[in-house]
Design a protein around this ligand. Structure first.
Ligand code: CA2
Length: 144
């Protein structure tokens, strides 16, 4: 069973609960992270959480995960999902399995959100379930 999960949040997700609640929900990032940490702890595992607005910082965090016995990554790369070859390459380089999560259903939104640089490498992709998508991804990862 996976014991160490890293949850990565990309740009602007630090604003959750403060703007655009109709799209992204009313829970803050702190609410989501605290719930995920509780779920993992309750299952005897550890959940590490990290948010950055900067592409290179996310790349650095993914690279660092390789030396930390991280079993699974859950990533909402935000807008970098649709632009970042660098984040895709970092995930490929560390060979840590990952689930891609999006709060909104990106397929109901603008066409530029329909392509992800990450999806083809992900074990699975969850879109449109709001904050529950992170929990579903976490429970899946913990069962691996
Ligand atoms: O639906 C998602 O989770 C997204 O990854 C969110 C990204 C967007 O660029 C992706 O296409 C889909 C945007 C995150 C912005 O987060 C905000 C949260 C609250 C208020 C404003 C922005």
């Amino acid at each position: 069973m996976a014991q160490n999960i890293l949850v990565l949040h990309g740009p602007n997700l630090n604003l959750l609960g403060m703007r655009e609640p109709d799209i992204y929900g009313r829970q803050t990032l702190a609410d989501i992270n605290s719930h995920l940490t509780d779920v993992a702890t309750g299952m005897g595992a550890q959940c590490h959480v990290f948010q950055s607005n900067h592409e290179g910082v996310l790349v650095d965090r993914i690279q660092a995960a390789a030396g930390e016995h991280i079993d699974y990554i859950i990533i909402n790369a935000g807008a970098y999902t649709h632009t970042s070859v660098a984040i895709r390459d970092a995930l490929a380089a560390v060979s840590i399995p990952f689930v891609e999560v999006h709060l909104s259903n990106v397929y109901q939104r603008e066409a530029f959100r329909h392509h992800s640089y990450l999806s083809a490498m992900a074990k699975g992709v969850i879109v449109g379930l709001g904050a529950y998508g992170y929990e579903a991804a976490l429970r899946f990862a913990l069962a691996q």
